[in-house]
Design a protein around this ligand. Structure first.
Ligand SMILES: C[S@@+](CC[C@H](N)C(=O)[O-])C[C@H]1O[C@@H](n2cnc3c(N)ncnc32)[C@H](O)[C@@H]1O
Length: 251
């Protein structure tokens, strides 16, 4: 685990295990990081007011940002948060923001768990976690992003019936994701299969996987009514709770 060198370092610890920097960047991208990034960066202390009264979609691990930029261009009325600690990927997204004149994307450049812990309840309408790092070795399973604790965080921050979209080309991760969702009382599967869901935007990693002949598996889950989890006093008289799945949160 790594202590963050940010204003939040005293409060939180990053559990991000991937690369933060790749090949040296060209001058133009370096300039974008210097000049454009500061105005796009999310300040966790101010996040509630930024999101107030907005429809918000979140992409965790946006890679080079092409999926996020396409979504943002197609949905100008939505505010997007992209989360990615890999600096070359952030520079790629900034270049797309500039090229397409997008003004509805904000960036969080650290471990998404820190963002999830800071987000207000019921604030995210849709969330995308596409081609997450598979960490296929059993001894690295704890590094996989989708797990019991992150599904709990996502459940809290997502709207009732909000859509969580996941995809992978790695058989180990596909089975893992299926299992995590099947154990979770917080999400209900509404689609899974090898065909892209409706309104899909391509990702760089997906393109590479398909070109290499690897099949991609896609899943959409709905966030379930919050009474299932929060034990709200009204849960017993709530029709949603009575009709939704009977699974209980595990310890
Ligand atoms: C295999 S890449 C896929 C990128 C992109 N979604 C795509 O499909 O092209 C996984 C990405 O997730 C990012 N990532 C991994 N762990 C993360 C975390 N804890 N928080 C935010 N991003 C993370 C990595 O930096 C990497 O860019």
């Amino acid at each position: 685990m790594q202590q963050l060198q940010t204003p939040h370092s005293k409060l939180h610890t990053s559990e991000f295990f991937g690369r933060r920097k790749g090949r040296p960047l060209r001058k133009r991208k370096e300039n974008l990081l210097q000049e454009m990034l500061p105005e796009k960066l999310i300040v966790l202390e101010k996040i509630a007011s930024l999101l107030e009264n907005k429809r918000v979609w979140l992409e965790i691990g946006f890679g080079n940002g092409e999926h996020l930029a396409e979504l943002a261009a197609k949905n100008p009325e939505v505010l997007f948060i992209g989360c990615e600690p890999f600096i070359n990927g952030i520079a790629g997204l900034l270049a797309l923001i500039e090229k397409n004149n997008l003004n509805n994307i904000y960036i969080f450049n650290e471990d998404a768990r820190l963002l999830l812990r800071a987000l207000p309840d019921n604030s995210i309408e849709k969330c995308f976690i596409l081609f997450a790092d598979p960490w296929p070795k059993a001894r690295h399973a704890k590094r996989r992003f989708i797990c019991k604790s992150t599904l709990e965080l996502l459940h809290r921050v997502m709207l009732d019936k909000g859509v969580l979209q996941t995809a992978s080309d790695h058989p180990v991760l596909i089975e893992w994701i299926k299992e995590q969702f099947s154990l979770s009382p917080f999400f209900e599967e509404v689609y899974s299969g090898y065909t892209e869901p409706k309104d899909w935007c391509e990702t760089k990693y997906q393109r590479k996987a398909l070109a290499a002949g690897r099949a991609c598996f896609y899943m959409n889950h709905l966030n379930l009514h919050h009474h299932n989890y929060c034990g709200d006093k009204n849960a017993e008289s709530c029709k949603n709770c009575q009709t939704s799945v009977q699974k209980k949160p595990t310890d």
